[in-house]
Design a protein around this ligand. Structure first.
Ligand code: UD1
Length: 475
């Protein structure tokens, strides 16, 4: 499209306001605005206005059609130990065959943490203060070594943090990972609109654009060529996790094995919720399909319902945003095959913008709408989805807030508890309080152990046995 054709298309779609100040802009500013406009799918915006803004399609959740989703409990919680052992073997075989990639969504803005920089560059470990990205890189490298393969690592960034993320990896020489092993790509963006569905400007020459949510990762995986890159390497299984969680087992053979054994297209991990109102998504079944219902959408009285026999929460399966995805399932959804596509959610936000005269407006209450997709909305489209249980202590302690719950302090303590648990299980004799928190601060590098099994093997092989004291780093 020529610039004039682009402007006409916006006018025809009732979005001519985007180019209101065009003739007053410098050539660079004009090019910038046209570049942003090119990213926008005008039909999609019209559809979203019709269905979500005018139609209120997000309306209510049909509670009558909702029930808690089944899941595979851990062996020590009554699960089938033989099936878990088979899953472990299947996952390990797939890893040895090079069929698995790791995938981190790192496009979020980290507003709640109040940290100025890509969240993956936030320091988290107790002694060395390694960053989230370094922890994941070392876990992926260690798993690759254990299974004799090079595990590709895909990292989804946003327009805002892409350059800074790439520069951080370059400065740190990819934390020892091979050059072609790590692949970065940007997620898509969506324009903010006002209550009439009109695309908003943040400045005369710039549209108010924001990331399209972690659900945008499916489109971005396809559009960036990452799926073809995986296919060329014989990888068909994608291990998906968020950037905020240093405890995550980036590569978990038993989880991968459950996914493959069941011929699942999308699998998930659950933890029993810590308390009824915990702010996580809930695994549910709706009209025979698996869904995740966000805490904000599930009424408090439903969150609090208990099973009359066991007294346990009925909706207890909390989502910790860890999934395994089948490569071709992702491609199908990204391309909207058979009409399948992730829905958009809308959020009312304060959007810095300009007025009719082009003067800056800094709103004090929500004045616009942002659109986002969520990756868990892919679940209802998946064949044979499987949800497995995991222990929170082994997989989940995110850094989300500057203080209080899910903060750097709670996550550091959970890492320490995990290191102490591994060490004591292997035969060390570390003193801890009743919550399992060791009295000393030390650290286990993923190169020594990145889960209980790898730690136990390294400990058994060590001669003499390591001595752990304050400040020790096992590596
Ligand atoms: C999310 C889940 C919630 C889950 C919880 C577990 C949603 C809506 N909710 O909550 O069900 O229980 O995690 O920790 O997701 N991201 C992008 N691009 C975006 C937006 C986010 O890459 O456009 C990434 C972030 O970098 C981060 C992850 O997605 O890695 C989570 O985003 P965040 O907005 O922090 O989710 P939560 O509200 O904490």
């Amino acid at each position: 499209m020529t610039p004039n054709e682009r402007i006409s298309a916006f006018e025809a779609a009732g979005q001519g306001q985007v180019f209101k100040f065009f003739s007053t802009l410098s050539p660079d500013e004009q090019a910038h605005l046209l570049g942003q406009a090119e990213e926008i799918d005008l039909e999609e915006i019209a559809r979203l206005k019709r269905d979500l803004i005018d139609g209120g399609a997000e309306g209510g959740l049909d509670l009558a059609a909702l029930s808690p989703a089944p899941y595979e409990p851990l062996p020590d919680q009554g699960g089938d130990a033989t099936a878990w052992a088979t899953a472990l073997q299947t996952g390990e075989t797939a890893l040895r065959a090079g069929r698995v990639a790791a995938f981190t969504v790192a496009g979020g803005q980290g507003t709640r943490l109040g940290y100025n920089g890509p969240k993956g560059t936030f320091p988290v470990t107790p002694v060395r203060k390694k960053t989230l990205f370094q922890v994941f890189a070392e876990k992926i490298a260690a798993a690759g070594q254990r299974y004799g393969c090079e595990i590709p690592w895909l990292i989804m960034t946003s327009h805002q943090n892409h350059e800074a993320t790439e520069a951080f990896f370059a400065e740190n020489e990819n934390f020892g990972l091979a050059d072609g092993q790590v692949r970065f790509f940007r997620q898509g963006r969506m324009p903010a609109v006002d209550g009439d569905g009109k695309i908003m400007l943040e400045a005369k020459g710039s549209i108010a654009m924001s990331p399209d949510g972690h659900g945008g990762s499916l489109r971005a995986l396809d559009r960036s060529g990452a799926l073809d890159f995986l296919a060329e390497r014989g990888v068909d299984t994608i291990s998906y996790f968020q950037v905020d969680n240093p405890l995550v087992r980036c590569i978990d053979p038993a989880f991968l094995g459950w996914h493959l054994e069941r011929r699942s297209q999308m699998s998930s991990k659950m933890v029993p919720k810590a308390y009824a109102g915990e702010k996580v998504g809930h695994f549910c079944v709706q009209d025979g399909r698996s869904v995740v219902v966000e805490y904000s959408d599930l009424p408090a009285e439903v969150q609090e319902q208990t099973d009359p026999t066991t007294g346990e929460l009925l909706y207890k399966a909390g989502s910790i945003a860890i999934h395994v995805l089948d490569r071709e399932f992702v491609r199908g959804l990204a391309r909207g095959g058979g009409g399948a596509a992730l829905p958009f959610h809308l959020a009312n936000k304060k959007i810095p913008t300009i007025d009719e005269a082009g003067e800056a407006v800094d709103p004090t209450s929500p004045n616009g709408i942002k659109f986002e997709m969520f990756v868990f909305d892919a679940l209802p489209f998946a064949e044979n989805p499987v949800v497995i249980e995991t222990k929170r202590a082994n997989d989940f302690s995110p850094v989300k807030n500057a203080e209080g719950v899910d903060s750097p302090a709670t996550s550091r303590d959970d890492q320490l508890r995990q290191f102490a648990r591994w060490a004591n299980a292997a035969g060390a004799d570390l003193a801890t309080d009743e919550s399992g928190l060791p009295e000393i601060v030390f650290e286990v590098a993923p190169s020594f152990g990145y889960d209980e099994a790898s730690f136990a093997d390294a400990w058994a092989a060590a001669d003499p046995k390591p001595v752990i004291s304050a400040g020790t780093v096992l590596e």
